[in-house]
Design a protein around this ligand. Structure first.
Ligand code: NAD
Length: 311
């Protein structure tokens, strides 16, 4: 039987790698592979596995003579040229659902961090300061949470926010499809404008698409309540960082929490260095549970497709 070769470009959980080997495939792990190296070796592989670091652009796919599948261990497909892959008959699979709880829990953690200035309190304590008087926070109870994008993650955020007795507003382009879940969490479906106008906290859970790039920019930020908070654990490009900096500088927003950035890692600290910003280095899906789920889900999909193709 012909050898089936799989290239793992970004580190994935060992349970996924084991599954691929047990299926009889030759698996090469190159967790630090550069774009140029990938271009050189891609022609030797039947499948590649990536997370968000490796970019699978059209030129890579053009050089991929025997490639049948691109597997993304995770959700967002913005690092893969899906159109080019489809045009070449290459399947693209991912693991929706794998990281939902991890991202939702981080989102709640970031909200609490903003409301109570937990990172600043910790930082100053470590420097030997006691700034108790400066740290008068806000409670989440009774506040309005605006969720933009009510898919898997948005829904899990809403369920958890309910435990904090928050009021939930939802904006989603496919509102009919998700209305059942909006009702389940006692949420209210509104327009984007209304959500921005009424929310104390706004959290983003949309994919990065041409339509969502900079969907939160100067105009949208100006519509938000004075002293509101913005949380972005979706993708950096969804928020216009220059406009956000200005909204924080002017005092329009009380704070922002960010897990994702237009450039990762960010090129400068003009945004992340602000006291009003709580930031994490794209750790939304970085839990043991989410990483295992992502790796196992894509490994199973890959095995199914490659066995099908092998007949
Ligand atoms: P999902 O596909 O289940 O949900 C996305 C929702 O956004 C859908 O309901 C869709 O209708 C809605 N949407 C799409 N375009 C929209 C628009 N223009 N306006 C309003 N709503 C729109 O995806 P998910 O699993 O909930 O993940 C959401 C995003 O979170 C992913 O695409 C990914 O970019 C990001 N993510 C980040 C991390 C992280 O590490 N921080 C981890 C996983 C996912």
């Amino acid at each position: 039987m012909e050898e089936v070769r799989v290239l793992i470009c970004d580190p994935i959980h060992e349970d996924g790698v084991r599954k691929l080997r047990e299926a009889g495939f030759t698996v090469d792990e190159r967790p630090d592979i550069t774009g140029e190296e990938l271009l050189r070796v891609i022609g030797d592989y039947d499948a590649i596995v990536v997370r968000s670091r490796t970019k699978v652009r059209a030129e890579v796919l053009r050089a991929a003579k025997r490639l049948k599948v691109v597997a993304r261990a995770g959700v967002g497909l913005d690092n893969i040229d899906v159109k080019e892959a489809e045009a070449r008959g290459i399947r693209v699979v991912n693991s929706p659902g794998g990281p939902s709880i991890a991202v939702a829990e981080l989102t709640l953690g970031l909200m609490l961090s903003l409301a109570r200035s937990i990172p600043l309190a910790d930082r100053t304590m470590k420097q030997g300061e006691w700034i108790k008087k400066r740290l008068r926070g806000r409670e989440l109870r009774g506040k309005t949470l605006g969720i933009i994008g009510f898919g898997r993650i948005g829904y899990q955020v809403a369920k958890r926010a309910r435990a904090f007795e928050m009021k939930i507003l939802v904006y989603d382009v496919a509102i009919q499809r998700v209305m059942k879940y909006v009702k389940e969490v006692g949420g209210e479906a509104v327009t984007l404008k209304e959500l921005l106008r009424r929310s104390d906290f706004v959290t983003l859970h949309v994919p990065l698409l041409p339509q969502t790039r900079h969907m939160i920019s100067e105009r949208e930020l100006s519509m938000m309540k004075d002293g509101a908070y913005l949380i972005n654990t979706s993708r950096g490009g969804v928020v216009d960082e220059e406009a956000l900096k200005e909204a924080l500088r002017s005092g329009k927003l009380a704070g922002a929490a960010l897990d994702v950035y237009e450039t990762e890692p960010p090129e400068d600290t003009s945004l992340t260095g602000m006291d009003k910003v709580v930031c994490t280095p794209h750790i939304g899906a970085q839990t043991e549970e989410a990483q295992r789920a992502n790796a196992v889900i894509v490994a199973e999909k890959l095995i199914e497709i490659l066995k099908e193709k092998r007949g």
